[in-house]
Design a protein around this ligand. Structure first.
Ligand SMILES: Nc1ncnc2c1ncn2[C@@H]1O[C@H](COP(=O)(O)OP(=O)(O)OP(=O)(O)O)[C@@H](O)[C@H]1O
Ligand SMILES: C[C@H](N)[C@H](N)CCCCCC(=O)O
Ligand SMILES: [Mg+2]
Length: 228
């Protein structure tokens, strides 16, 4: 069984959620865009790397959500190398100061904050992404694969979050749906599945994004007093 129980969610709506994943390329941006669209919130990607190879996630979310500009905040750090922030910043001679970052003012609540890669990605030699999540104090949404291999990755990530007392709003599976994997994850972790995203037959568009967003309840739904 997991080493620690799930930390309780805040009794009242928090300022937002932190979207993390079990890996890079797992679907955090696609799902962050869907959450931002569904909740008409404000998106922020504090640590962007890999700009030398592909458009940043901020640009992608802007395009997919088609929301006005003030729903999208600029990254705190924008790096070129497709590496972890600690590695890209060293390569580019930039010093990151993650401890100085606080929750930005969001023109539209809630804040949807996207990490970079997974939980144990180094921001500096002494600070991991999971430490930054704890510093911001928001509950987490964990994006994970739906297929074989996900049980280990997902439970490892949830255990790390639980051990640090970081509350988890739920997990979102991405890929070919596996109700069996979803059920065993919920049974073992007591973390709730929020959404499943199946493989899209085309590159994501604003239209497909709207369809994903339409499957999500409104933000307030997650914070209604639970009936016993
Ligand atoms: N369900 C899906 N169907 C089709 N393509 C998908 C799906 N989910 C994600 N993708 C695509 O896979 C690629 C990686 O997804 P995404 O950029 O969301 O990953 P990420 O977790 O945000 O990565 P990073 O750690 O770099 O931020 C993107 O091109 C995205 O459009
Ligand atoms: C470049 C990539 N798209 C992300 N922005 C950064 C992913 C860092 C992953 C580090 C690792 O886990 O090895
Ligand atoms: Mg991303």
């Amino acid at each position: 069984m997991l080493y620690a129980p799930p930390p309780p969610l805040p009794p009242h709506p928090p300022k937002g959620v932190f979207v993390t994943g079990t890996d890079t390329g797992i679907g955090k941006t696609l799902i962050s865009a869907a959450l931002t669209r569904a909740w008409h919130g404000t998106y922020w990607k504090p640590f962007q790397t890999g700009l030398a190879e592909e458009p940043g996630d901020t640009e992608t979310v802007q395009q997919l959500t088609e929301l006005p500009q003030d729903h999208i905040l600029p990254p705190a750090y924008a790096l070129q190398a497709p590496l972890a922030p600690a590695a890209a910043s060293a390569l580019e001679g930039i010093t990151l100061h993650p401890k100085q970052l606080t929750l930005p003012e969001a023109p539209h609540a809630p804040l949807i904050i996207e990490g970079a890669g997974g939980l144990m990605v180094p921001l500096t030699k002494t600070m991991l992404m999971i430490d930054f999540i704890a510093q911001l104090g928001l509950p987490v949404i964990l994006v994970t694969r739906s297929n074989l291999g996900t049980l280990n990755h997902t439970l490892l990530s949830l255990e790390a979050l639980y051990q640090r007392g970081i509350p988890v709003l739920g997990f979102i599976t991405n890929g070919v749906e596996s109700p069996q994997n979803t059920q065993i994850l919920e049974d073992v972790s007591h973390c709730r599945p929020l959404l499943h995203v199946s493989p899209l037959t085309t590159t994501p568009t604003a239209t497909t994004l709207r369809h994903i967003a339409a499957q999500l309840p409104p933000w307030e739904h997650y914070w209604r007093p639970r009936t016993a």
